[in-house]
Write a protein that binds this ligand. Sequence first.
Ligand code: CTP
Length: 503
Amino acid sequence: MRQITTREMQKLLSAPIFHEIGQTADESGLEVYLVGGYVRDLFLERPSKDIDCVVVQPQDPSQPSHEGMGTPVVAPGINLAKAIKKRLGRRAHLSVFKNFGTAQLKVESLKFKVETEIEFVGARRESYSHNSRKPIVEDGTLEDDLDRRDFTINALAVCLNSDRFGELIDRFDGLLDMEDRLIATPLDPDITFSDDPLRMMRCVRFATQLRFQIEEETQDALVRNAERIKIISQERIIDELNKIMLSPQPSIGFVELSRAGLLPLIFPELAAMEGVEVREGRAHKDNFYHTLEVLDNVARSSDNLWLRWAALLHDIGKPRSKRWEHGTGWTFKNHNYIGQKMVAPIFRRMKLPLDERLHYVEKLVGLHMRPIAIADDEVTDSAVRRLLFEAGEDIDDLMTLCEADITSKNAERKRTFLQNFQLVREKLADLQARDNYRTWTNPVAGEEIMETFGLAPCREVGVLKQLIKDAIWESRIPNTHEAARQYMLEQAQAMGLTPVEKQ
Ligand code: CTP
């Protein structure tokens, strides 16, 4: 992180919009503060998108307090946003969310180039009931507002009013925690997590994105409160999980989820992969940690979220396929097919998309053993052709996944596999150039077979088509109509079919 003096902060916030906000607040008798992720990311030198402002209506001692009245009586966030909109005219677009007491301004940009969203909300005091995420909201001071935030690094505020422009408020030593690379809650972590259990996912997510440690008491509270995650909607959970997946080293998040006891609750199939069983002195590898290694390997070479999901799920069928076989040891037969079938139910439950992205992950999980099997044996044309046909346009991603899957600690073995993979890749390129197998169609169509033998659609037509396909893919006949037709006639004869006379 970097140190920022008030003078430097003023420079960082030199875009005219910050001054417009501060001056408008001055004129309206309000206090306004930048808060949350935007301030955090200034110190961490991370790009950040949205800007959050908290607006405080200074208490008038002659007025009764609004305490206990449930909803904000004044909505200083909305009032300030409206006043700024008036000032900026067509340079800003205003949306008001009355029920939430918030307003959003879209301005062309801080420097008036790209669009930026600025959210305004009145300072709040919140209290929560045990069974719901819905808090009872009341007007509050800046201190109340910062107290109810999730982590110390997210509880920083910077004043935008003219006389205090750039002044930092750091009630909970958020800067120190940033320096120590720690995620900690401002208040008692049991209260922070119990108030809003989504914060447990956010805690793990920030630890992963920022590579911060979770502070000890916060960690203990995660374990104590893990069960409360059940009141959070799956949509919000998956949002956080996908942010973990898209981090540079997603394994950090899954290790933390496991340590917190959250993993079995949100992802039991993955939790089932943890652990090693030993029989007759033989242990299988820990499939959870192997999976995480594969996931990190993929993450190093691709930021495709769905390829990362395929990596996470590639061995998900292993616990269900695990057997102990005398003489052989541990086996995981067909774990790729078992795993492939598990993908759709997992996607459905987790509220992941059920469209072509699901089919892509299913396909990669189902096929992930194939290049290894080919590379383990002699790399033949026909095996590579088949692979190419089944993987289609996802062949490169499949190869990336399979290379990532070689986590053997035996350097010699690893090198042999990677060399063979290189051979598979060369063969793939060669075949693609020669036959364009991704878009291969049988040179003899079903109609031609039916016409030749006077058949209605029936099993024999399918059998003949398959025989022709196999012969071409196994390089027994060339990929031409003439050769395929000749082969069809020979095979049909062996099946007892005779061509009908042409009229
Ligand atoms: N916040 C909170 N509890 C939550 C969600 C948010 O206390 N469950 C507070 C935090 O202070 C946070 C701010 O609201 O910094 C804004 O939340 P959000 O935009 O969701 O997150 P950011 O911290 O901005 O981070 P990111 O954009 O990476 O999600």
